[in-house]
Design a protein around this ligand. Structure first.
Ligand SMILES: [Zn+2]
Length: 76
C-alpha cells in the first residue's frame, strides 16, 4: 500500500504521461480512490502543468528557421 509521500513522488509521472508500470499505476489509483488529499494534490498539479503548457511558447519549425535564414541571405 502506497503512502501519501509515495504518491506525491510519483504524481508528476502520472500527470505528465511518463510511463509507469501496471503495478505502479494500479497502486496509485487505489491510493487516489481512498485519499482525497492526494486526489486534490494530483488535480492541482495537473492544473499547474496544463497552465504551464499554455504559457510555453510554441517551438519554431525547421522550415520557418530556413525561411528566415534564406530571407536574411537575400538582403543586401
Ligand atoms: Zn494520500
Amino acid at each position: 500500500m502506497l503512502k501519501c509521500k509515495d504518491v506525491t513522488e510519483k504524481a508528476d509521472a502520472l500527470v505528465d504521461g511518463t510511463p509507469l508500470s501496471w503495478r505502479e499505476r494500479t497502486a496509485l489509483r487505489v491510493h487516489l480512490l481512498m485519499c482525497h488529499h492526494c486526489r486534490r494534490y494530483v488535480r492541482q498539479l495537473r492544473a499547474l502543468v496544463s497552465s504551464l503548457r499554455i504559457a510555453e511558447p510554441s517551438p519554431v519549425s525547421d522550415d520557418h528557421v530556413d525561411k528566415v535564414l534564406n530571407d536574411l541571405d537575400r538582403k543586401p
